[in-house]
Design a protein around this ligand. Structure first.
Ligand code: PEP
Length: 258
């Protein structure tokens, strides 16, 4: 990470876990052990029905609540979907876009791009995910694949808005598998993402954008990953469901030695 030029962000992705009652329990427990003082930005992206209770419980804290998906349309006949302005009105600050689990359900790069644009327009901070499969890594096409995902996802994002976007590099083979990318593997791709942003925008913007690593990040491996110069935080699944584990990752990000 590089605290001088960009924000460190520790974000949780709860996926389809926890009821509203369990969310309240988690948030109260988390609040009571949250690190005080100097710390990074913290986000918790929760199931849609848990957003109101999460926002209410964390109101007096610096934890931002986020959603796990958004529809790109402003309103209309999209049964079951949620628009960006609805998330804003419900108190969301962040939204995860293009998670590999959603891409596996049919979300395309064009969908991801439309959602990023809609989120920015509404004032949400998009956490745009990208990542390669094991087959792509083994075929040696990781860099090209990620560059393509970043270019497609950011199409039409203006110079003024690019700094609001958070990019999360999540190798698909590392998500929920307990198989973390080595700090060197993760750094290589995150550095590559910054280079793509530099070419699309400018050195200043590339230096300012936060790039997270996600994929079995936990309280044991967080420090080493966060010590890499181009890894500015983490998108955390499993370990964000346990307050003590999530706090330990935040504490790792707060180490003065980083
Ligand atoms: C994720 O869902 O974004 C993720 C990184 O999950 P996990 O930390 O459980 O691998």
């Amino acid at each position: 990470m590089n605290r001088k030029y960009r924000k460190t962000v520790i974000a949780g992705n709860w996926k389809m876990n926890k009821t509203p009652s369990e969310t309240k329990e988690f948030m109260n427990a988390f609040k009571s052990i949250m690190p005080k003082g100097r710390w990074c930005d913290v986000a918790l992206c929760v199931p849609a029905v848990c957003i109101p209770v999460a926002v209410r419980t964390m109101r007096e804290t610096r934890v931002g609540i986020g959603a796990e998906n958004v529809n790109a349309n402003p309103s209309g006949a999209y049964t079951g979907e949620i628009a960006a302005n609805m998330l804003v009105d419900a108190g969301c600050k962040y939204v995860i876009i293009g998670h590999s689990e959603r891409r596996a359900m049919g979300e395309t790069d064009a969908d991801v791009n439309a959602k990023v644009l809609a989120a920015l327009e509404a004032g949400l901070i998009p956490i745009m995910c990208c990542g390669e499969t094991l087959e792509q890594r083994e075929a040696g096409i990781t860099a090209e694949w990620i560059a393509m995902q970043i270019k497609s996802g950011l199409q039409g994002v203006s110079e003024e808005k690019i700094r609001k976007v958070i990019i999360a590099y999540e190798p698909i083979w590392a998500i929920g598998t307990g198989k973390t990318a080595t700090p060197e593997q993760a750094e290589q791709v995150c550095e590559g993402i910054r280079t793509v942003v530099r070419k699309l925008y400018s050195s200043k913007n590339a230096r300012a954008i936060s790039i997270l690593y996600g994929g079995s990040m936990n309280e044991k491996n967080a420090y080493e990953l966060l010590a890499q110069p181009d890894i500015d935080g983490g998108l955390i699944g499993g370990a964000s469901l346990v307050p003590e584990k999530f706090v330990k990752i935040i504490e790792a990000a707060n180490q003065p030695t980083l």
